[in-house]
Design a protein around this ligand. Structure first.
Ligand SMILES: [Zn+2]
Ligand SMILES: [Zn+2]
Length: 133
């Protein structure tokens, strides 16, 4: 998978048995459709989680293209917060800029999302020690 922001190849990371795509260049994260629900360990469809996101037309952030279909992604706002992420119009997945997935996991917190947050923190400290070598 190619990063929609910098067009670099992303690497696959495993978070609690969920495979996510991560860009080592910009620290962005791509979640395929359904993976956010998996991170929250929600068994049913993503519908309840999707309700937390509302389409936002008042955002001036640059928009990116879906890494799967290359269509321009929509800006969606998380739970009336300042947090805005990108979503493929054909629902292929969600794009989180650096730190945005952590914010979502913090704003809507469950036992499972807490665990993911810890894993993310571990990974990023791991990346830092690699850079120092
Ligand atoms: Zn990138
Ligand atoms: Zn798409």
């Amino acid at each position: 998978m190619i990063c929609p922001v910098c067009n670099e190849s992303m690497i696959v990371l495993e978070l609690n048995k969920v495979e996510i795509d991560y860009c080592t260049n910009c620290s962005g994260i791509w979640l395929d459709k359904g993976e956010l629900a998996l991170l929250y360990s929600v068994d049913e469809s993503e519908n309840d989680l999707q309700k937390l996101f509302a389409e936002s037309s008042s955002v001036n952030e640059k928009s990116y293209k879906c890494p799967l279909c290359r269509k321009r992604m929509k800006k969606i706002q998380f739970n009336n917060s300042e947090l805005v992420i990108d979503k493929c119009p054909d629902n292929h997945g969600l794009w989180f800029d650096k730190g945005e997935l952590e914010k979502v996991l913090t704003l809507k917190s469950t036992a499972s999302s807490q665990k993911i947050l810890e894993l993310l923190k571990d990974m990023f400290s791991y990346n830092k020690s690699q850079e120092a070598e």
